[in-house]
Design a binder for this molecule. Structure first.
Ligand SMILES: [Zn+2]
Length: 241
């Protein structure tokens, strides 16, 4: 956790500090070492929220884009089950930043628990995913122009298997890595979205601008997807996305 209560005030971990876990009320101690990002840890070995994954720079960079009071929000279900949402906005939408894969059952139970949520997945978790995804996007078959939807064929199969959409939006974040779509570079930074193509029952890849993703999270705006504008002549060439 990034925040604990010290004298009832939310505070980040600093050397030698002790505090209280906002989720379970137990004592937590600031871990400020070299190896892992500074965080709060329960005195016992067990963290009270088994869904919580050790945070990375990636988690923290994303969370920092949101107001502090939206970060690490305790979500309590009707039956008393409680978990800490990475980010929960003022409209009740939970944004979970997921570094490690989850099996589908586990993912579904989190989706049910949070109700309205989106996943942002760390695409850089496995080295091989980046090259596979690059190929999938560069050589995938464009099944739709607006929004741009690519059939990745089998190239990104491992990622698709791991993160095929269940009930909620799934976005893959490859940070500042560059991509080419049919020879062109997307005009701005994007998050890649996995969508079900209802016609074929297969997963296709779309791209949402990072800017519109943030606007969606911050004030509920619509996602803006990349689209393809085709030249009239020569046939079949793509001018831009
Ligand atoms: Zn706790």
């Amino acid at each position: 956790m990034q925040y604990a209560l010290v004298n009832r005030v939310r505070q980040e971990a600093e050397p030698k500090l002790r505090g209280t876990c906002p989720n379970c009320g137990a004592e937590v101690v600031a871990k400020c070492g070299q190896k892992r990002i500074w965080h709060w840890s329960h005195l016992g070995k067990l963290e009270c929220d088994r869904w919580w994954e050790p945070e990375t720079e990636w988690h923290r960079a994303w969370k920092a884009l949101f107001p502090k009071e939206w970060q690490e929000v305790i979500h309590v279900a009707a039956d008393g089950e409680r978990h800490i949402a990475d980010v929960k906005n003022d409209k009740g939408v939970v944004i979970e930043f997921q570094h490690s894969p989850l099996d589908p059952e586990e993912r579904l139970s989190r989706e049910k628990f949070y109700g309205t949520m989106v996943w942002v997945v760390d695409g850089m978790r496995y080295k091989r995913d980046l090259s596979a995804f690059r190929e999938a996007v560069a050589e995938g078959y464009i099944v739709n122009d607006s929004p741009l939807c690519l059939d990745p064929r089998t190239r990104a199969a491992a990622m698709v298997r791991r993160w095929a959409p269940l009930r909620h939006h799934v976005f893959i974040d490859f940070g500042d890595e560059d991509f080419q779509i049919a020879g062109f570079q997307p005009p701005e930074k994007v998050l890649w979205q996995f969508l079900f193509n209802r016609a074929t029952g297969k997963v296709v890849i779309a791209a949402v601008t990072r800017e519109s993703f943030m606007k969606f999270c911050l004030n509920g705006s619509e996602f803006q997807h990349l689209t393809v504008e085709r030249h009239q002549r020569p046939r079949g060439r793509y001018r831009r996305y």
